[in-house]
Design a protein around this ligand. Structure first.
Ligand code: CO
Length: 500
């Protein structure tokens, strides 16, 4: 069992660590767009912390009062939190996709969402309407001088980092063609073997092609130019949200799911609702060499359950080791259900596993690293694809069961030690981002940045935690003037785009 000492601020919580009403309130739309310096701060912003935390997530959970069916269908809203000279600035803007602009103008839902939001008028209005809305709501990265809002179904949208204005779809100087997908989970390689140790960004896209699926790998140099692009065909339908890289490989988990397009084509359900988990089948682990000259793809099998996110992967001797958050089953989205009424107890929690992929023997072994419900892992950016010691992850307050994320956990993979900081009962968390202290040498010398929703004040806080001692009270807690609906992913850059 793990022990979590010094949890002073959570000792008064017994039983259920939250109320459904509090959790639901974090899913209210944020219609306003803001620009302000944060004035209400507990603690002090460290003078060495300078840069920008970008986050993306669904900002609108309703269109003029008509609730959307699943938060993954909500219009992308990018938040920018700037840290400069001990001060912090907040701003947020909607990604002005054509769907967002048209629906705001019309004041009603005009498009179908991938995860089941239907136009009013029942199945007839949705029949043969195969045009899903573009939402750009999943991640946001700053790379090659460009700020890109990402989602996995088509091209990224480029924003102006200064104003957060939407500049349009981004084609990476011809690296992407019209309609090409570009996943929301690129991986940053701090020292690319194929580029003499220069950093590069590795990403992928998934495209169904009849009975098979095409995985395309993209590698971008520091100027944002596509320097490698190669496609590979794998058998069957693939629902792949994330991947992992090592210096030599890209690793994908092809979860055992099937896709029945009929309910979608006939307007009965969103495309995401036609995905069915097949627990009797094994997960295929697909290992694709990053060097385009090496076409030798390997496929291994394991029982992983369903995976949205991987933490990291690295090579050791004849093995690739990969750490992933696995669910015993795919959380299916029932037509007609409302995500706000989800029964957490009826859903299997995500748990952290380590897989050893033996490339010589073609075998996979696995072990459970963390049984507490957890999601949204992150690590030191210089350790992507490398052996690493520390990971940070959103976690449930209680050690067992499935529940909203209300805590942040640090796991020491060398000693097994855990540290946790919880905001239960009225706070709700998400993805922690590790930011190294400038010139630090220890892997965990830096801060964990996170946005939490505070139901008591119906507002969000940006917290700066000491990554070496997560138990402590935050280094600083920035009370925003507004709440931020639960966001998905984000990234930190050392660049600052706001004039001090
Ligand atoms: Co994700």
């Amino acid at each position: 069992m793990q022990i979590f000492p010094n949890q002073k601020d959570t000792s008064n919580v017994t039983g259920t660590s939250y109320t459904r009403e509090d959790w639901q309130a974090g899913y209210q739309s944020l219609k306003q767009e803001f620009d302000y310096w944060v004035e209400d701060i507990e603690g002090e912003i460290p003078p060495e912390l300078n840069g920008t935390l970008f986050r993306n997530g669904p900002g609108l959970l309703d269109i003029n009062g008509q609730n959307i069916h699943h938060p993954f269908d909500g219009d992308g809203m990018v938040c920018r939190i700037t840290f400069t000279n001990r001060r912090a600035h907040f701003s947020n803007r909607y990604v002005r996709t054509p769907g967002y602009v048209e629906e705001q103008k019309a004041g009603k839902v005009l498009y179908r969402g991938v995860f089941g939001t239907q136009k009013p008028g029942g199945w007839l209005a949705n029949f043969f309407d195969l045009q899903n809305k573009e939402i750009a709501n999943t991640n946001v990265i700053y790379w090659g001088g460009k700020l890109l809002a990402l989602w996995e179904a088509s091209e990224p949208y480029r924003l102006d980092p200064q104003t957060l204005d939407t500049l349009g779809k981004e084609y990476l100087d011809g690296g992407l063609a019209k309609g090409d997908a570009f996943s929301a989970h690129p991986r940053f390689d701090p020292s690319s073997k194929l580029d003499g140790g220069e950093p590069c960004l590795v990403n992928f896209s998934i495209k169904p092609t009849g009975l098979s699926t095409t995985i395309t790998i993209f590698e971008l140099d520091t100027r944002g130019k596509v320097i490698r692009k190669h496609a590979h065909s794998i058998p069957g339908f693939a629902f792949i949200h994330d991947f992992a890289i090592t210096p030599n490989y890209c690793i994908f988990f092809q979860n055992p799911v099937s896709f029945n397009p009929l309910p979608f084509l006939t307007g009965m359900a969103g495309a995401g609702q036609c995905v069915k988990f097949q627990p009797d089948k094994s997960t295929r682990v697909i290992i694709i060499p990053r060097n385009p000259k090496n076409r030798e793809m390997k496929t291994l099998e394991t029982h992983s359950g369903f995976v949205f996110h991987h933490v990291n992967a690295f090579e050791r001797d004849q093995e690739i080791i990969i750490d992933s958050v696995c669910y015993e089953s795919f959380p299916e989205i029932e037509p007609g259900s409302d995500f706000r009424q989800v029964d957490f107890d009826a859903i299997a929690p995500g748990k952290l596993w380590r897989f050893h992929l033996n490339l010589e023997e073609g075998k996979v072994t696995r072990k459970l690293l963390e049984s507490r419900c957890c999601e949204f892992p992150s690590i030191h950016r210089e350790n992507v694809g490398r052996d690493y010691r520390y990971l940070y992850i959103g976690a449930a307050h209680d050690a067992t069961g499935n529940a909203p994320l209300q805590a942040f956990q640090k796991i020491d993979l060398e000693t097994g030690d855990r540290q946790m900081w919880s905001v239960a009962p009225r706070g709700f968390g998400g993805e922690p981002i590790f930011v190294p202290r400038p010139h630090a040498t220890a892997e965990d010398d830096g801060w964990v940045l996170a946005v939490i929703y505070d139901a008591e004040h119906h507002r969000s806080d940006v917290v700066i935690l000491d990554a070496q001692d997560l138990h402590r009270q935050p280094v600083a807690r920035l009370h925003l003037k507004n709440h931020i609906p639960y966001s998905l992913h984000g990234n930190f850059t050392d660049e600052v785009f706001v004039d001090d």
